[in-house]
Design a protein around this ligand. Structure first.
Ligand code: PMP
Length: 288
């Protein structure tokens, strides 16, 4: 496998970063998870825009322009002969000393991996996931804005560990006011009486690229969509629920906290959203 690392394509065994890289020492850096479907990179420009905003928010100057990053991302797929892949684009603060000051790092490290990912077994797309609410709260945006897709994922990892301890593959994380923020690596949507709802980004959710796609799909299929303050009760009593993410795509939820959602099976609007999503990923995006 060829990895893009600081301007070169190197074998995966040679793709190494320093132990003094602040991405490793402090989680100081930003990243994107991107998908390649049938030779098209899905919504690449939106991913690169989000990367630029994440970098801006942490005062990290990206060493490459959007055009250069787009080329490097596509070229990593081409070098590996891929037509379908999960792409991880990472920009760290770079090598510095052991103090946390980012100004000791003169040059950001950039690497791109194009590989495979399969997050959830196929049966969950047909039957829905059973998820739980975990005690770990999503970080307050005043402490670390969740809209920054930074390398510091410990909050989400604690949520993921708790999900596993409760026997679930994904978990609802609440914000510090008790409203639903998102899942550990996915955004959340409910459907109630023919309307699609999702927590607003200001409640502590990442502005997911897949989440954005759902707004376009809602318009296409003629179903109203609203951002709301959502509670666990709203999910328990919803007719349908699904999660979205670049890795997970659109996955139905059958149960939350031991309560069946609607009929306990993926519902009709979820099916329509999923079908539209599967169509769109093949036609939207940058040809590599
Ligand atoms: N929330 C979090 C915390 C995430 O890490 C992700 C990305 N896996 C998402 C939501 C979904 O975002 P996207 O659709 O851009 O992958």
């Amino acid at each position: 496998m060829k990895i893009y690392l600081d301007g070169k394509f190197v074998d995966d065994a040679e793709a190494k970063v320093s132990v003094f890289d602040h991405g490793l020492l402090y989680g100081d850096g930003v990243f994107e998870g991107i998908r390649l479907y049938g030779g098209n990179i899905f919504r690449l420009d939106e991913h690169l825009e989000r990367l630029e905003y994440s970098a801006k928010a942490i005062l990290l100057t990206l060493p490459l322009s959007r055009k250069e990053l787009a080329w490097a991302t596509a070229e990593t797929c081409r070098q590996n002969g891929l037509t379908d892949a999960y792409i991880r684009l990472v920009v760290t603060r770079g090598v510095g000393d052991l103090g946390l000051a980012p100004w000791s790092c003169p040059k950001p490290t950039v690497f791109i991996i194009a590989s495979k990912i399969s997050l959830y077994p196929k049966e969950y797309y047909e039957n829905g996931l059973a998820i739980v609410t975990v005690p770990t709260r999503r970080i307050n945006p005043a402490a670390l804005p969740p809209a920054i897709k930074s390398l510091n994922y410990m909050n989400n990892i604690l949520g993921k560990i708790e999900a596993k301890q409760f026997g679930a593959l994904e978990a609802i994380m609440l914000n510090d006011q008790g409203y639903v923020a998102e899942c550990t690596a996915d955004n959340v949507f409910t459907i109630h009486k023919g309307v699609i709802y999702t927590p607003s980004a200001s409640q502590g959710a990442l502005k997911g690229i897949t989440r954005g796609t759902i707004f376009d799909i809602a318009q296409e299929i003629g179903v109203p969509i609203q951002e709301v303050n959502m509670t666990r009760y709203d999910i328990w009593c919803a007719d349908e629920c699904f999660l979205t993410g670049t890795g997970a795509e659109v996955i139905p939820v059958a149960k939350l906290d031991g309560r069946e959602i609607g009929t306990g099976k993926p519902g009709p609007i979820t099916h329509r959203v999923l079908a539209s999503f599967r169509r769109r990923v093949l036609v939207e995006g940058e040809r590599i």
